[in-house]
Design a protein. Sequence first.
Length: 204
Amino acid sequence: MVLALCSLAGCGNGDEKASAAGVGKSTPTATAEATKGPGDYRPPTDLRSALDFGPPADAIAPNDGPPKGKRTGADPATGSGAACLQPFGKTGSTAQGRTVVYCTAWKNVTTAVKHYEYMERSVSKAAQGPVAQVPDLGDGAFRQESVEEAAVFPSDLRLVVRDSNLECEVQVQSKTLLTDQQVIAAWPSMGGEIVQALLPELRS
């Protein structure tokens, strides 16, 4: 898949997607530099200090240890950014789920819009139920319950937000099925609590 149409918002190239193992690695995959075009955001280098994972923990389960971060994206001239993973819940020595945030600053607003629109068209293939628009969050936002990784995460909530040339995706993935009450509480914690607070921290 071409660079401008990578698989997940905020992860740079499709093969750069942070995983449960990869997010914890400290070696950057790109140097964060100013994007080569107009936009309100430059590529973030580390999301950990700008994120508050308390709201999802309040909605679902206590966080398990510190968050893990890495840089993402192979070409800062086109788009690069960072990812951050926060495990939550614990049974024995194993976390029962995770909240992951991916953010990419694209080279300009046009590229960001094209990628966001591609994402919006594509998610219905892996969505459980309708894709819902989220008002008053950046320049555009939508959310879905995904079945893409259902074998591992029977509950997989995803929120994608674009603001200017920045695109962020928040995922809440649980190895146990979340209750309706937990899902209802998780959505505003992902959008209003995480992304709304994150955008001013990342703005150039």
